[in-house]
Design a protein around this ligand. Structure first.
Ligand code: ATP
Ligand code: MG
Length: 200
């Protein structure tokens, strides 16, 4: 379980971006974090993934626990090794690499080839549209397919994936792995912006 307890984040020691955020992500669940532009969704995900420092920000209050252990003092590498990955906004795939090569980059922190193989099969089960496309160039996938690949890369080994999407009229549900929707797979935390006050 991932637990954020009363988190506060400040940029440049002065800009209070997030205050008093508490979130619970139990195992095998999907939790959505909704908020207007500038509400602090990306900042919250950065706090979870240990990416604040590179943005000259820090957690000034509260704690983050993963499976009962504090992770808010760890660096990003250590957090990834614990099992949390972030699918960054904008997909950021390696467009010139193949689908398989992109997925392999998600599993780069493990040397357990059996686990990598298993994770690969799982991603293909979750996103059948990627099956048979492994040798194809990632840049030639459609936008939605690339989003699936980006999520698949995040899931290539790891149990928790944090992702940030702009929630428009887009078929975001179709991009969410089936088994996540049915709570049979990894945990997800989604950060979404409501666009034009449409109901979510
Ligand atoms: N690198 C930064 N330096 C200074 N302030 C920042 C930085 N990044 C974000 N902020 C500020 O922190 C607050 C939260 O921003 P954040 O990017 O987390 O919002 P968001 O909910 O992800 O918004 P959006 O829906 O537009 O992506 C905003 O007031 C923003 O101006
Ligand atoms: Mg954002």
């Amino acid at each position: 379980m991932l637990l954020l307890q009363d988190i506060a984040v400040t940029y440049n020691n002065i800009i209070a971006a997030v205050q008093g955020v508490s979130i619970e992500v139990p195992d095998k669940t999907v939790v959505a974090l909704l908020g207007a532009n500038g509400a602090g969704k990306t900042t919250t995900l950065r706090a979870i993934s240990g990416l604040l420092r590179m943005h000259r920000a820090s957690i000034t209050r509260g704690s983050i626990l993963f499976d009962g252990q504090r992770i808010d003092h760890l660096n990003t590498t250590q957090i990834v090794q614990r099992g949390i990955s972030q699918v960054l906004e904008g997909r950021r795939l390696f467009a010139d690499l193949t689908v398989d090569e992109n997925l392999r980059t998600g599993a780069i922190s493990t040397r357990d080839s059996t686990a990598v193989r298993k994770a690969y099969d799982r991603v293909m089960d979750l996103f059948p549209v990627l099956r048979g496309r492994g040798k194809g160039q990632a840049g030639y996938l459609s936008g939605g397919e690339q989003q699936m690949l980006a999520i698949g890369r995040g899931l290539s080994r790891l149990p928790i994936t944090a992702t940030c999407w702009k929630l428009e009229r887009s078929p975001w549900r179709s991009q969410l792995p089936n088994s996540c929707r049915t709570r049979a797979c990894a945990s997800f935390i989604l950060a979404c912006t409501r666009v034009k006050n449409e109901a979510v």
